[in-house]
Design a binder for this molecule. Structure first.
Ligand code: SAH
Length: 385
């Protein structure tokens, strides 16, 4: 059962910064140009904006007072008007497999999840783009959380900075990082919040700051076709498509956005994605649902559909949640599906579920924490789910 934090669901697309109680402006999330303009209006010389950028995004400073290369008088004046804010960490969990998950709270009390998944050769941060999601994919837990708003650029970049704080990765390490890759695969549809996602990713990619290369960033979309080209042309990040079905009638049910942008249109947008090549393949995500989309015939149809697109396929075992109408496919069905895709020349790894002990699947920790708070209020125990 889902219990909402608010008595009534409502739809508000306003980032929380506009609702903040602290009247000081947050410098986190401003583009280089906006920061320069802000400092010019404040009467500071242009090099001050560059110094601030370095402190905020290379050194990870959270306090203007700690910026020792700025004169004390200037720091004090700045602190009257500006702050460097991070989202608050309301829960922090570590899995026995090394996966870490943070539930982050913004100034309006809304929360999202951010997950860090360490692997042998990389460490991937899964970032959210919205509180909740408007898409209502029927297998996705986030879709059941009715409260939705866009995250501001500062709330998206704030997730990366909180992870860097926790991993101790300041100043930005040149190499041997624990956070090497970013995937926009957390809560929300990033192409429905494109402007803020793009602003945040431009800051993430800036070489004089967090310095994560566009080649290490992947944006995952359920298929907002008109935004795909723009994303490729302006951000040139890697693209992942949540395909999950090879026929429109089934995809209409699993990913209702398909009714607006059907499979053929979506695949055309992939064929034309700027920058796609054999070195930079488009990832097709396919969640394995028992008896729903996991037959050998569907694997063969998938191969036929993506022919000609530089592609790889990620098979994701369905991560079940309380009350979900689906079950995960059997290991044998997943292996057979993977073999067919692999034999056709595509890499088709099966994603190993990570962090199951910490509710690492999208949307699960948030719901668990809402249940926990409610049961604490009501004096009842949290039922394990
Ligand atoms: N809105 C974007 C990004 C968020 S979802 C998108 O649709 O791509 C990130 C990925 O997790 C998507 O591929 C989504 O289909 C998948 N996913 C969501 N719920 C899942 C579940 N319960 N089990 C397995 N994968 C799931």
């Amino acid at each position: 059962m889902l219990v909402l934090a608010q008595p009534f669901p409502y739809l508000s697309m306003m980032p929380s910064e506009t609702l903040s109680a602290d009247p000081r402006r947050n410098l986190v999330g401003l583009s280089r140009e906006a920061l320069a303009a802000e400092m010019a209006a404040f009467g500071a010389e242009p090099f001050r904006a560059r110094q601030l950028w370095h402190w905020i995004y290379h050194r990870g400073a959270t306090d203007l007072a700690a910026m020792t290369s700025l004169s004390k008088g200037f720091r004090n004046r700045l602190a009257e008007r500006y702050a460097i804010r991070r989202p608050a960490v309301s829960h922090s969990l570590a899995s026995s497999d090394g996966t870490r998950k943070w539930l982050l709270r913004f100034s309006d009390g809304q929360e999202v999840e951010t997950v860090h998944i360490p692997e042998e050769d990389r460490g991937t941060l899964c970032v959210s783009s919205q509180v909740g999601c408007t898409l209502n994919c029927t297998f996705c837990h986030t879709g059941t959380q009715l409260l939705v708003r866009n995250l501001g650029a500062e709330e998206i970049i704030g997730q990366v900075m909180v992870a860097r704080d926790a991993l101790g990765e300041w100043p930005s390490p040149q190499d041997d990082r624990q956070l090497t890759n970013i995937v926009l695969m957390g809560m929300g549809e990033p192409l429905y919040n494109y402007d803020n996602v793009a602003a945040a990713m431009k800051i993430v990619m800036d070489p004089e700051g967090l310095s994560v290369s566009r080649r290490k960033i992947t944006l995952s979309t359920a298929g907002v076709v008109p935004m795909i080209r723009r994303c490729g042309a302006e951000l040139a990040v890697n693209l992942a498509i949540s395909l999950h079905a090879v026929r429109d009638d089934l995809r209409d049910r699993l990913v209702p956005l398909n009714r607006k942008y059907p499979i053929t249109e979506l695949l055309d947008a992939c064929r034309n994605y700027p920058g796609a090549s054999n070195a930079r393949r488009i990832t097709f995500e396919y969640v394995m649902l028992k008896g729903v989309n996991d037959s050998p015939a569907e694997a063969r149809e998938l191969v036929r559909l993506i022919a000609g697109i530089p592609a790889k396929v990620n098979l994701i075992p369905f991560n079940s949640w309380p009350g979900s109408p689906y079950e995960c496919s059997s290991d044998a069905a997943i292996a057979a599906f993977s073999d067919i895709v692999f034999s056709a020349g595509y890499s088709a790894p099966v994603r190993t579920p990570r962090g199951r002990d910490i509710f690492a699947a999208c949307g699960q920790l948030k719901s668990a924490s809402i249940r926990l708070r409610r049961s604490a209020r009501e004096g009842t125990a949290l039922l394990a789910s």
